[in-house]
Design a protein around this ligand. Sequence first.
Ligand code: DON
Length: 317
Amino acid sequence: MPEPIQNQFDISALDLPDILGTINEEVRARFGEGKVADYIDALANVPLDRFGMALVTRDGTVHEVGDSREPFSIQSISKVHTLTMALDAIGDALWDRVDREPSGDPFNSLIQLEYEKGIPRNPFMNAGALVVADVILSNYANPEQALLEFMRARSGSHDVGADEVVAKSERESGFRNIATANFIRSYGNIENDVDAVLDFYFLQCSLSMNCVDLARSVQYLSRGGYCDVSRTRVVSWELATRINSLMMTAGTYDAAGDFAFYVGLPAKSGVGGGIVAVAPHVMSLCVWYPGLDDKGNSMLGRYALHRFAQMTGLSVF
Ligand code: DON
């Protein structure tokens, strides 16, 4: 297949430091909005007075503002990276085990799983991420190390690591995930020991990173699959477009329609308050504000991305 015609978006016309500065001021005036993810004890005490935003352009230039170097719990953002690893390992065979449709249900919902015989709707809801974790366990000799190496290579940071307190807290409060994994196992769509799959899933959720490292970690999705940080091709350009499309339709759970409407960029959120977003062929971004809306997405992170898309005209639509 031919290489695609790339967007000719001219970012040199944009005053990115000024745009980030404006967003930072607007967000700080609204500190306190939303609610932290208190169902995980270790996340319950994060203060609502932190906001960071970072973007990485195609040539690797970083622009950042606010608390962009403060590490936070990346949670479900890691589902982008594990999906990439699973696709790298088994390719399209993944789609026999996970579907590619938006769920329209909360990220931890089980309701469709019984009707759909243990095949999760998409790889970004918890059920789908658990199947992806199972694929990684079957295909990587040392899965946890492989994930850490993937994250470090993509972000260029050796500081990426698991927060043991968060991982323990995830397991202690992980009744829904434990039920989900066992339910999928009952349909034969998890092959490995359920506890081992859950341990990997809780580890991926407990990784700690900052906005700059996270924006870099998905730069390959803004560069047709090529990672400029490690100077390696991570996925084909076609696969990069596929992953971006899934982020658009399912990356923010049952708010994916709303994100497409207000932001118009593929995005993936986590209950730690981070959201990564991709402007294909232009830049990758990360925002962080710990207060969440009722769908589990960062309240002011979503606002920041909405304002960014408005001020830059960057939307895929
Ligand atoms: O599975 C959970 O409950 C969390 N550890 C991860 C959830 C998450 O980040 C979903 N995001 N919005």
